[in-house]
Design a binder for this molecule. Sequence first.
Ligand code: PSU
Ligand code: MN
Length: 310
Amino acid sequence: MQTPDSARSYLDLHPEVAAALAEGRPVVALESTIISHGMPYPQNVEMARSVEQVVRDGGAVPATIAVLGGRLKVGLNAEELELLATDKNVQKISTRDLPVTVALRQHGATTVASTMRIAALAGIRVFATGGTGGVHRGAGNTMDISADLLELARTDVCVVSAGVKSILDIGLTLEVLETQGVPAITLGEEEFPAFYSRRSGFKSPLSVQTPAEAARVLKAKWDLGLAGGVLLANPVPHESELPAEEINPHIEQALRDMDALGLTGKDTTPYLLGRIVEITGGRSLDTNIALVRHNAAAAAQVAAEYARLR
Ligand code: PSU
Ligand code: MN
């Protein structure tokens, strides 16, 4: 995807990110909703810092993305990370919100969808997160399908995630990805992972064995003119996993609590993540942090291999 000239004046690239991109060195984008609306303080800002370090240790430059005062920020400093972790005026913003946040010069923590879009404007092709949005349970009635899936269909970025949380309907999520022509590829396993758990009960539509293979898939896809993203699913490490039979009852409990409160729309995912942390006494937070770090390490490898191929 070409960056329209009209978009450039809205972007603030951190000098380190700009230099790496200009020289064709690997860069990994990171999202900010996970900081502002996905984890409590201070674990959120500690996670954000440590994930950037994991990317560096993997030989790539981290570019955490957010909108601050209406500017599209690609690469943040320590104060900006702290602001995202603490300021209650930071909205959760998806692609549909971007023009309003920019025009009204507001702060926004970007979801997978809006982070992908800004990464693409900056020329970044690889992005690490925790979990991606998907088709919510009961979407047949609510129509609640994350914009993350539609962004994957149109924006040329590889998203490395631990799969799809079972707060969602994993089977329907995979169906929507197939319909939209998005490769959902699991790294090193035949089964698609379920965020906290390595197993979802769903066979992965596609698999690769190594980050180098994943990078070759990206090159082939975009060389062929097949527009849109790739979902690279990276199962949570064994030692940090919350097995499905253990976490699923807690997820069911959180979903019942959410229904009782009548929450809908963009508030559902942050509520569920927070409620699951409460119900598990913080264990789900440890798993969440571990899997983001694991994804950042894989994304750095994919970005490095992809940079070599180009
Ligand atoms: N999954 C997580 N933590 C998160 C999210 C997903 O484990 O914080 C966030 C991501 O930013 C994702 C967003 O893009 O939730 C999806 O929100 P929704 O379901 O409203 O589209
Ligand atoms: Mn939604």
